[in-house]
Design a protein around this ligand. Structure first.
Ligand code: UTP
Length: 273
């Protein structure tokens, strides 16, 4: 079945980026004049996604406003001879809907709110704070892999050994090229990581995952963890991992955000891409 839908969870508190995230969602951090989440929507569209659900929370109305048409601003630009700017505020040509997560109980809890939207189809999950600004859209790489294996595919990347303790890490068996079978998933291994392949913010999931998400109890950090559901599902269905090409920037990490801004400035100067 074609992968047509994507869930973008954007309801977290962004505690690593406080105090600014008290009022400005991390997903709206500017990158060359556009918010981070706009690049995620672009990645989804160029990978063939047709419908998007964004999970928001009470203080994230700015995200909904950004993807809504502003007739008032369009009229103003037209009346003031600034028509050339209208293109920059045109909303993306894709169906976007929103649902609120009442409490940030974890990524797994956010995803399970998407069950009625997904409606028994395979779907993509794209974390909007993980940016891959690459020629080849990374979620497209996972969709291609899903079409081949017809089961959960996690996007992974090699991470230096001293940083693996901050990630979910897979125990793997190499299948071919950049594709692996996941034998186990270890959340934030404090010692002896099973590989150097860390889970990134891109997944393509089989709808069966909801059965496992619904049974979950809070895990690491008291949160409902998506990795726990993926681990439970290993008993029923195989899970795969695709080693993603491209540089990853975690915009919740100040060094990564700075490096991303620098990369974009060097590439595009003052012009918005
Ligand atoms: P993160 O853990 O990276 O984001 O979750 P966070 O919790 O907002 O930030 P820190 O770690 O406290 O700094 C990855 C993505 O999942 C969303 C976040 O908004 C982020 O985009 N998320 C996380 C939810 O939608 N709901 C949650 O309960 C937790």
């Amino acid at each position: 079945m074609k992968v047509r839908k994507a869930i973008i969870p954007a309801a977290g508190y962004g505690t690593r980026s406080l105090p600014i995230t008290k009022v400005v969602p991390k997903e709206m951090f500017p990158i060359n004049g556009r918010p981070a989440i706009d690049y995620i929507i672009e990645e989804a569209i160029s990978s063939g996604i047709e419908e998007i659900l964004i999970i928001v929370s009470r203080n994230k109305n700015m995200i909904m406003d950004y993807f809504d048409r502003s007739l008032e601003l369009e009229t103003f630009l037209e009346r003031n001879n600034k028509q050339h700017l209208i293109k920059s505020i045109t909303v993306p040509d894709i169906h976007i809907q929103f649902v609120r997560q009442p409490t940030a109980k974890g990524l797994g809890d956010a995803i399970r709110l998407g069950k009625p939207f997904v409606n028994d189809e395979p779907f993509a999950v794209m974390l909007p704070d993980d940016l891959f600004l690459d020629e080849q859209p990374v979620i497209g790489q996972l969709i291609t892999a899903y079409q081949e294996v017809q089961s959960n595919v996690i996007g992974v990347q090699q991470v230096p050994e001293n940083q693996l303790k901050n990630y979910g890490v897979i125990k793997e068996m190499h299948l071919k090229d950049q594709l692996f079978e996941v034998l186990d998933l270890i959340e934030k291994p404090q010692s002896a990581p099973p590989s150097d392949l860390a889970v990134t913010g891109r997944y393509v999931l089989d709808p069966t995952i909801f059965t496992f998400l619904e049974q979950l109890k809070p895990g690491s950090g008291g949160e409902i963890q998506l990795t726990d559901a993926l681990k439970d599902m290993l008993q029923l269905k195989k899970c795969f991992a695709q080693n993603l090409s491209g540089t990853r920037y975690d915009i919740g990490n100040p060094d990564d955000y700075y490096n991303l801004l620098l990369y974009m400035y060097k590439k595009f100067g003052h012009d918005s891409p």
